[in-house]
Ligand binder design. Structure first.
Ligand SMILES: [Zn+2]
Length: 247
């Protein structure tokens, strides 16, 4: 991705709670989980919400088999970066919609977790690695909308009236991998190692891709390239992220 050399480091010193929302198991392990490892090491509580079990992601395996397998791999991936709060919904993999049902699910989780920061996927059609997947676009845009829904007492009133979930205003929305990046996250050292291990935890899923992904070299080189483009002294590995102020 193209990085402005003057981008500042993201200030995570005041973070308390973070909610990461993505479409599928493994989506958060292509960089985001290294940032998560950095945050959990600093005592930040990080929750994951996956909108689908990724049951349609393995060509050789029936969804009934793939869904539980991928969920188990995701639990292992989470444990490796200090995340024990994982919720996987059963929305349909491959045909995820940014409709009111999906937005209500995400809003509910935001009101439950009460995060300072919500992290999600790029919703643009074009992303630095090519054409963005339908479910990834959907997860990103639905999460953006749900951040606002969660703070509006008159949207999804049943969340308050029936589930007693008070409106919640997340302060920031972060999109990892979107361009243009506004901030860098230093993931050098242990966070990167944990991030690599968390992607490697998707063992059966990666094997299904035919060994085409060299996880370590992919994550090491992509984060080294971002760091190399930056003027920040001593930065060896970093992620680029777009941070939007929401409240
Ligand atoms: Zn995905």
């Amino acid at each position: 991705m193209s990085i402005d050399s003057a981008l500042p480091l993201y200030d995570d010193s005041q973070l308390s709670r973070v909610l990461c929302v993505a479409a599928h198991p493994d989506d958060l392990e292509y960089g985001t989980s290294a940032a998560v490892a950095r945050w959990t090491a600093r005592g930040v509580h990080v929750s994951y919400l996956l909108l689908t079990a990724g049951e349609a992601g393995m060509r050789s395996r029936d969804p009934e088999e793939a869904g539980p397998l991928r969920a188990a791999e995701q639990r292992r991936a989470c444990a490796l970066v200090g995340v024990d709060d994982l919720l996987i919904l059963d929305l349909p993999d491959g045909t995820l919609q940014a409709d009111t049902e999906t937005r209500r699910h995400i809003s509910r989780r935001i009101r439950e977790v009460r995060p300072d920061l919500v992290v999600t996927q790029p919703w643009e059609l074009h992303v630095p690695w090519g054409l963005n997947h339908a479910d990834h676009r959907t997860a990103g845009i639905a999460t953006l909308d749900a951040v606002r829904d969660a703070d509006n007492p008159w949207v999804f009133r049943e969340l308050l009236e029936q589930e007693h979930l008070e409106p919640w205003a997340a302060t920031e929305l972060m999109v990892v991998g979107a361009e243009p990046a506004t901030h860098l996250i230093d993931v050098g050292g242990a966070p990167l190692e944990q991030g690599i291990a968390s992607l490697e935890a998707h063992e059966e899923y990666l094997a299904e891709l035919g060994g085409a992904v060299d996880v370590r070299s992919m994550l090491e080189s992509s984060t080294a390239d971002v760091a190399a483009a930056s003027d920040v002294d001593g930065l060896t590995h970093a992620l680029g992220a777009t941070v939007h102020r929401m409240a």
